[in-house]
Design a protein around this ligand. Sequence first.
Ligand code: FE2
Ligand code: FE2
Length: 293
Amino acid sequence: MNAKVNISNRAGASFPVRRMNFDFDQVPEYWMSGSAGLTHFMTALSALFPDGEKLFIDSVRAVRHHPAIKDNEALQKEISAFIGQEAMHTQEHVGFNQSAQKYGHDVTTLEKRTAKLIQLTRKNFAKVVKPFGMTQEMVDLTATTALEHFTATIASELLRNPHIQELMTDDTMSYMWFWHAVEENEHKAVAYDVYEEIFGRGIKAYALRNTALVVAMVLIFLAQSSFVLRLLKQDGKLNLKELGMIYKYGYSPSKGIIAGMVGEMLAYLKPGFHPNDLDTVQLLKDWKAKLGL
Ligand SMILES: [Fe+2]
Ligand SMILES: [Fe+2]
């Protein structure tokens, strides 16, 4: 495994920021068990991260001095650590995405498309809800809260799904994804807590966060699927065998990582939901021990 870990907890939050430094030079082209379909499936997800996580950071940073939370010392510390973790994720996914480029997999274009999609969606959504007194900052925070539920859920499923884990045969890549998955669950409540402190727990806040989740899931599904198809086509590997692998380990009820997420994704829609209702304490303990984090 080519990674250096440097753990610091200067923020005094409930979770640390780990400085990572992965070396992706030796990662094979099809690092998911030799399968082009599965590798591109993960690469398409990775293409969403740099600009997605930038949105998470910017949106929380933009509201951290809101009167409802500016004097909440504990939450401010969580926000600082949240920003630190997400910044590190961005850095490492950018590194991996660039390394995939050397095999001719054009992830740079996919990153640019992600950036465009995010900007277009957040600006148009803000226009639609402006008459209801919502600002761009509010729209961004709502989106982040919904997307953080998605990342925490896909991450916990990755940490639980042995079928996917077996396929992650490259040490560097598996360590990167498991590290990211652990941290997504460590900080899964931060954006949600900020959201609730600012918006409250009323019907308007409830309707808003659910609408954001539905919109975000549709867009992620369309973007990620189109990215996978583009990567496969460019690679001359758009065929039934590779699509079958993606179905089997992505969407099939018996093994699929996405299929395994459905229950926890829907939990978000419950009134009174909180991310910590989905208990990942033991799961994280086990994985942190396994990864030496
Ligand atoms: Fe992240
Ligand atoms: Fe996150």
